[in-house]
Design a protein around this ligand. Structure first.
Ligand SMILES: CNc1nc2c(CCNC[C@]34C[C@H]5C[C@H](C[C@H](C5)C3)C4)c3nc(N)[nH]c(=O)c3cc2[nH]1
Length: 374
């Protein structure tokens, strides 16, 4: 059965949608990109810049924060918003994905995932109940069910096993979430790998359980983009039209454009900040690697028409120098430049959908990337 809805669809244009998601800490305009705070802070970015770049909602990091400084401690300090100083909406993942990708000493059982902390080696058990408790202690506006995501390629048996385990964990996550105050949301996560039938079963059973929103998980785990897009085509139509859809861990600007075109509303990805730390800039002309020697004497800014000061005011030569010299300012500037570009793209998509010209926006945006960096 469906849960009270905090999502308002404002306009649709083909399969693309724009809407507003109301959370206890504020409103999120969709399609939305959620930058990632790692151990509770945005690497190289102040929250002011994150907000000024057009960010409505950020991701907290359940796995890291529950290990250090601990969920109970953050709750005692007033929750994630008070602890970090980001006073807007926050979404936290359930932690399961990271356990699978970060700690090698882990075991998955019906009850929970157990692993060794990468900080002090202590044995940690993360069950659906504990994951929900941790996310509630952190005070996230949107929590995610505990699930098991398999990397691709994977066997049909493994994909089906993990999908059905995730459905049982979805039930348990929802029961554990029942006591959350009104307005706080829990999203289910569709699994099913690259098998359409498994995707349909997962989506259908999750909707029967009933969540505030639905994530499409199990993608951006090594499959080609075409497979990812095909799985969105299989899954999105099976989800309630009036609930938010969140594609986890995605992606490049092109991924975002193509996924919004297929009905996705929310995204998270480490690329803007992580690639920024490695000298990559995302722009209207595509990606520019500022480590490349060709920028050493280039006095031009990345994009003189950008509304973001750092993209307009710093020369490529200076950014190249900072990156080559390993200056922290280089990582900071490129992280904010990239988050600002992602939010510029999301705002452009929201406006295009509202005006009914998303197809035209998509063509013009792709042409800009194809032109490349002149
Ligand atoms: C990249 N591809 C990808 N990601 C995925 C994630 C993590 C989303 N980001 C959260 C996260 C992960 C890390 C890095 C930051 C902060 C914090 C730790 C939370 C984002 C996923 N998370 C869950 N629970 N389930 C998935 O199927 C899944 C699939 C993904 N495919």
């Amino acid at each position: 059965m469906s849960l009270p809805n905090h999502f308002e669809l404002l306009a649709t244009n083909g399969a693309a949608r724009t809407g507003r998601l109301t959370t206890p800490h504020g409103v999120v305009q969709t399609p939305a990109f959620m930058p990632v705070g790692t151990a509770g802070a945005m690497k190289g970015l102040h929250w002011r810049e994150v907000r000024d770049a057009g960010t409505d909602i950020v991701l907290g990091n359940t796995y890291h924060l529950m290990l250090r400084p601990g969920a109970e401690r953050i709750a005692a300090l007033g929750g994630l918003q008070a602890f970090t100083g980001w006073n807007g909406p926050m979404l936290t993942d359930s932690g399961g994905f990271q356990v699978m990708s970060l700690s090698d000493l882990r075991k998955v059982s019906e009850k929970a995932v157990t692993f060794r902390s990468h900080i002090d080696g202590a044995k940690v058990e993360l069950s659906p109940e504990r994951s929900i408790e941790v996310q509630r202690l952190l005070g996230a506006d949107i929590a995610m069910q505990m699930d098991e995501c398999v990397r691709l390629p994977a066997t049909r048996d493994d994909i089906e096993r993990a999908m059905r385990l995730s459905l049982r964990w979805a039930e348990r996550s929802k029961r554990a979430f029942e006591t959350a105050p009104d307005g706080y949301m829990l999203f289910g996560i569709v699994q099913g790998g690259d098998i359409p039938e498994m995707r349909h079963i997962s989506a259908r059973e999750l909707v029967k359980i009933g969540f505030h929103g639905y994530a499409i998980g199990g993608l951006a785990v090594g499959e080609p983009q075409a497979v990812m897009l095909a799985m969105i085509d299989e899954t999105a139509p099976a989800l309630p039209v009036d609930c938010p859809r969140y594609l986890m861990g995605v992606g490049t600007p092109e991924d975002l454009l193509e996924a919004v075109a297929r009905g996705i509303d929310m995204f998270d990805c480490v690329m803007p900040t992580r690639n920024g730390r490695h000298g990559m800039a995302f722009t209207r002309f595509g990606q520019i690697n500022l480590r490349n020697a060709r920028h050493a004497d280039d006095p031009r800014p990345l994009d003189e028409e950008s509304e973001w000061p750092a993209t307009r005011d710093y020369s490529r030569a200076y950014l190249h120098h900072l990156v080559r010299s390993g200056e922290t300012l280089g990582a900071m500037l490129l992280s904010e430049i990239n988050v600002a570009y992602y939010q510029h793209l999301m705002r452009g998509m929201r406006e295009a959908i509202s005006q009914g010209i998303f197809a035209d926006f998509r063509e013009r945006t792709r042409a800009g990337w194809a032109k490349g960096d002149i």
